[in-house]
Design a protein around this ligand. Structure first.
Ligand code: NAD
Length: 496
């Protein structure tokens, strides 16, 4: 048997076994490298061996990047119509599969709520597509100029544990609309569901268009695979959705990075708007998916004269109030306290076993008895309480008494830590709204609604789960993932 035939047979066997067993048990790639992943032969892409991706699922980051580059070229050949077709397919499948994939994600991560996990997926229908790419034109005595939104090529994306499939699907809609292919390095605690969804979506895209690896996913993802993906020459842009660690890593990667980073959204209630409505909105936003959203209400500052009335309104609207001893017990359970005390010691960190759990579970940890179906716990705390300072992502809301608007805005600014992510106000005083907006300078500022209204759930505007706070692109959309290219015709084509 010739060497060529041996290689071919090994590849075919590996591919068949991989597809039968799933990517986690697929045989390791043969030693023959794909030339495009290395440092030689940079500009002329040729896959010298068949890419064994099993519909986008790769163990090796460099193979994934090379396959995505090939998919990018295939997508370019399909034109705008091809992108529209694929994006419609992604939206339809994600919506149809929402109950199944919502459960899959909850079973793997054990955080959040099934009803909201499903809603986050069905809501992706409203994520903008190719229609968002408006070219800009200039016309005058010197001719005509057009600025168009062109793709980058391959984008390396990181997704969080808090919404793994929604971020994957949302990124696919935005990035493919813009003409790109993607390689995902999902969160290690939420990667199996991402792999399942990506494989299913790639299979459907392949059936419809012949492109197999448009949205690749690394299985299993590791910090090393993130590093390899970021360094890969085909990756022209990084997009990370996660906490401070990954934002830092992306900005240090040497590539252009779009960073959807952490938040700790404060709410100010100044008493000039109805308190019942404020309480109802705050409960809806803070309890959404057990407070896993980065935009969710995380702490509430209420003006002293209205404090007691607001606390009563929270109870009337169905939230359960904890006393100070119960808050103390919950704090001990919700945070991990490193040994030692004082300057130089590590700060307490959020206990990931408690994050995103149901309010009834938190109540048990607090030693409180609450009615079944309680969605949110709340209590009065000081402004420097751990639950205020840390982005805790669980359905317990600390409420802080403040003397006046100035103190409330200053405390809200302090709690937001300069992330410039999200803030919420309940007020009918335009001057107070303006003062808070200017002081906090957040990417999202919701007035008189639940935080989720900022992503189109009860407010105007489109949704997305990658809110580029740290690098300033805002709530991402297809334009976020394009390069602006200018095309100039001198002296002609202008007709006015
Ligand atoms: P996380 O930071 O633990 O993980 C996010 C991703 O980054 C994961 O894929 C993880 O594997 C990876 N990661 C973490 N440190 C890394 C490093 N040093 N190098 C490479 N990769 C690294 O966050 P999480 O718990 O999954 O998600 C919650 C966090 O994400 C919160 O801070 C939340 O505010 C933020 N978030 C922000 C947005 C947004 O749009 N701005 C959306 C969702 C979540």
């Amino acid at each position: 048997m010739s060497a060529v035939n041996e290689t071919l047979i090994r590849d075919v066997v590996a591919e068949v076994l991989g597809r039968l067993n799933g990517a986690t048990t697929a045989p390791a790639p043969a030693a023959t490298p794909v030339s495009a992943c290395g440092c030689s032969g940079r500009k002329t892409f040729t896959a010298t061996v068949p890419l064994r991706g099993q519909f986008g699922v790769f163990q090796d980051a460099n193979e994934a990047c090379a396959a995505a580059q090939e998919a990018f070229l295939q997508l370019s050949a399909l034109g705008i119509a091809g992108r529209i077709k694929i994006v419609q397919l992604v939206k339809k499948i994600t919506t149809d599969k929402a109950p199944e994939w919502g459960k899959l994600e909850l079973d793997e991560t054990k955080i959040g709520r099934l009803d909201h996990k499903i809603e986050k997926l069905t809501g992706l229908r409203a994520v903008p597509g190719v229609e968002f790419l408006h070219p800009t034109g200039f016309s005058g005595d010197h001719g005509i100029t057009l600025e168009e939104n062109a793709p980058f090529g391959v984008i390396g994306a990181i997704t969080p544990s808090t919404h793994s499939i929604p971020t994957l699907a949302c990124n696919m809609i935005s990035m493919i609309s813009a003409g790109n292919a993607i390689v995902f390095n999902p969160h290690p605690g939420a990667y199996k569901c991402a792999v399942t969804a990506a494989r299913f979506l790639n299979e459907a895209i392949h059936r419809e268009t012949g492109i197999e690896n448009l949205a690749c996913v690394i299985n299993p993802p590791t910090l090393e695979s993130f590093a390899a993906m970021s360094k890969n020459e085909w990756v022209r842009l990084i997009c990370v959705t996660g906490g401070p660690g990954v934002v830092k890593a992306a900005l240090a990667s040497g590539k252009r990075a779009i960073c959807a980073g952490p938040g700790n959204p404060p709410v100010l209630v100044d008493g000039t708007s109805p308190l019942d409505y404020a309480a109802k909105s705050i409960i809806f936003g803070a309890a959404y998916d057990n407070n896993l959203l980065c935009i969710s209400e995380k702490e509430v500052f209420v003006l002293e004269p209205f404090f007691d009335q607001f606390m009563a309104a929270m109870e009337q609207q169905g939230a359960a109030r904890l006393n100070s001893a119960q808050v103390e017990r919950l704090t001990q359970a919700a945070f991990t306290f490193p040994p030692g005390q004082g300057a130089g010691c590590a700060k307490p960190s959020v206990n990931r076993d408690v994050l995103g759990r149901d309010a009834t579970v938190l109540a048990r940890l607090a030693g409180a008895t609450v009615p079944a179906g309680t969605e949110l716990l709340f209590a009065e705390t000081n402004a420097d309480h751990l639950f205020v300072e840390e982005e805790q992502m669980m359905p317990f809301l600390p409420i802080i008494r403040v003397k006046n608007v100035e103190e409330g805005i200053a405390a809200a600014k302090q709690a937001e830590h300069g992330f410039r992510h999200s803030a919420i106000i309940h007020s009918h005083d335009v001057a107070t709204m303006t003062a808070m907006a200017k002081a906090l300078d957040t990417t999202l500022f919701v007035k008189n609604g639940a935080s989720v209204a900022g992503l189109g759930n009860g407010g105007e505007g489109y949704p997305n789960f990658s809110i580029a706070t740290a690098t300033g692109e805002g709530i991402s959309n297809p334009r976020t993932f394009t390069r602006v290219r200018r095309c100039v015709m001198v002296g002609n084509l202008s007709i006015f």
